[in-house]
Design a binder for this molecule. Structure first.
Ligand code: B12
Length: 478
């Protein structure tokens, strides 16, 4: 009898493998639970896929993975909550099973999403242990207060347990529950985590809220075993799914050491996100020897005042050093900026863009607008600036009161009425930059930004054989 059905709700293109479901299904399977995966990312017709599945199976619990609450990108500002709500009501017509939702995006807005979708349960934080515990309680004593990270309903009210951020962290390494090879072929890469959580406190970031504010490091041996499982499936390109690989530096270096010991570089190449610091010649060298081919740095800005405001742990000179170290070691490098935050002016913008041009990364992301999440310092800054509804720094596409659950962005009013134009003028056609758009283009065609939501240029390139981090594929197309 089927006990657990796990559904990937992410339909964005190019498709990104539901890494979460690979881990959760692996853990549930090891606990003796029968698990099915219904991967809506890889099917043409969602309704048919659901009907086909539920006409043949009767799971006791249906788990939905909700990775992206919205695309986090101004000007598209697309929320995926309406689709999720629709999916939950579709499921109610197909099954009596209890419905639980989890995911990184979900964890930022857990209560609101449970309320809005009408789901029975939610899990804030890690799902591996929580799902096993929830299934147990459903079958036995229904002591929901004991399930890690659980949100549940009690007399109409939504109750929440503490987030599930278990430590020590041990994950299944076999990675066989989802079709990783299909994701390599259609999404250009597969994912893997070396740790969870982030202990930095950048003012805009929601990762500590979703993944926990402390580092939960995995054993390098386990991570390398997992890479070998993916290699055995034919996967040869990975993107690490850590918030920042080099936090902690010591752990990053240990992971690389294990990869080098197993000569993984000969079989797999990988990309990662990194903080600009700590990074040094030794780390760059071992990363390259371990198979790293591209780093996307959380550069934020090259203006000292904006970096201070963001509480970034680096100076502009560190950006130059990061680019140089990558060059010296044959690693492609992207600097991801975050333009338009509090304190941004035309002068700080010019300072940043000129500096990035000078240090010459292979690519630079220049998105405009900071997505404001509740529970972050950005939300406090907004609150201090007075009524959000009349705050000229607030950009949004919905009406009524400002609600951070909806895609809500901060773009410093000091940038004037056409901030995207200002940024584009400063970039002045430099093809290394992914530039912001004021509005969505009316016609199809190659975009100049790096929104990976319905990015058909990328989809086509991957179909044609391109592999790697999306910025690296787009960069090569230019
Ligand atoms: C790596 C990464 C990428 C890589 C992915 C590479 C790859 N091959 O996987 C790339 C660069 C492609 C990428 C793209 C995008 N990303 Co991204 N990405 C991440 C990152 C750093 C890791 C995601 C991940 O895989 N984590 C590992 C998995 C295992 O963790 P998890 O999903 O949280 O799952 C655990 C729990 O949530 C829970 N869980 C999950 N599902 C379920 C289901 C049930 C039933 C239960 C009980 C529990 C449960 O259990 C899991 C295991 O413990 C996160 C931030 C972060 N630190 O997590 C952002 C993040 C998810 N990305 C984000 C965004 C916005 C995007 C884009 C939309 C950006 C854009 N506009 O182009 C695209 C979307 C692409 C797509 N097709 O979905 C946002 C989403 C925020 C939001 N508002 O919802 C995040 C949170 C970053 C941020 N703070 O802004 N991303």
């Amino acid at each position: 009898m089927d006990m657990l059905a796990l559904i990937n709700t992410n339909r964005m293109a190019p498709p990104i493998g539901p890494l979460a479901l690979d881990y959760i299904a692996g853990a549930a399977g090891a606990a003796g639970i029968d698990v099915d995966i219904v991967d809506l990312s890889l099917v043409e017709d969602v309704s048919k896929a659901l009907q086909d599945y539920f006409s043949a199976h009767s799971p006791q619990l249906v788990g939905l993975s909700f990775r992206n609450v919205d695309d986090c990108f101004w000007p598209s500002a697309q929320s995926f909550v309406p689709d999720l709500t629709e999916l939950v009501s579709q499921l109610r017509n197909l099954t009596d099973a209890a419905i639980v939702i989890g995911g990184v995006g979900f964890s930022i807005f857990a209560e609101r999403i449970v309320e809005q979708t009408g789901a029975d349960f939610g899990v804030r934080g890690d799902g591996e242990q929580a799902i096993i515990s929830l299934l147990n309680e459903l079958q036995q004593s229904k002591r929901f207060a004991l399930v890690p990270g659980l949100l549940w309903r009690d007399n109409g009210a939504v109750c929440s347990n503490k987030p599930a951020w278990p430590w020590p962290l041990s994950l299944p390494t076999s990675r066989t529950a989802i079709n990783n090879l299909a994701y390599l072929q259609q999404g250009g890469q597969c994912g893997i985590e070396t740790k969870r959580g982030c202990d930095r406190n950048c003012i805009y970031c929601a990762d500590p809220l979703a993944k926990g504010p402390t580092l939960r490091l995995r054993k390098p041996r386990e991570v390398a075993d997992e890479v070998e499982s993916l290699i055995a499936q034919g996967v040869d390109v990975l993107h690490l799914c850590d918030s920042e690989f080099n936090i902690s530096r010591k752990h990053a270096s240990e992971i690389c050491g294990e990869f080098i010991r197993r000569s993984l570089r000969d079989k797999v190449r990988w990309y990662t996100y990194m903080a600009v610091r700590p990074f040094d010649a030794e780390l760059a060298k071992v990363m390259r020897l371990a198979g790293c081919v591209g780093i996307d740095f959380t550069g934020d800005s090259a203006s000292t005042s904006v970096l201070d405001y963001y509480r970034a742990g680096h100076r502009r000179e560190d950006l130059a050093s990061a680019v140089r170290l990558c060059r010296d070691n044959g690693i492609k490098v992207m600097i991801d900026l975050l333009l338009g935050g509090p304190g941004e002016t035309p002068e700080t913008l010019a300072e940043t863009i000129d500096y990035v041009k000078k240090i010459g990364p292979d690519a630079a992301g220049a998105p405009l607008g900071v997505r404001v999440y509740p529970g972050t310092e950005m939300a406090d800054i907004l609150a201090r600036e007075g009524p959000a509804e009349t705050n000229p720094n607030v950009r949004r596409k919905y009406h009524g009161p400002v609600d951070l659950f909806e895609p809500t962005f901060y773009i410093s009013q000091a940038l004037g009425p056409e901030p995207a134009r200002l940024v584009k003028d400063l970039i002045a056609g430099d093809k290394r930059f992914f530039e912001p758009m004021e509005e969505l283009p009316q016609t199809a065609g190659p975009s100049t930004d790096h929104n990976y939501n319905e990015n058909l240029e990328l989809v086509e390139a991957i179909e044609g054989g391109a592999r790697g981090a999306y910025w690296d594929i787009l960069r090569r197309l230019r």
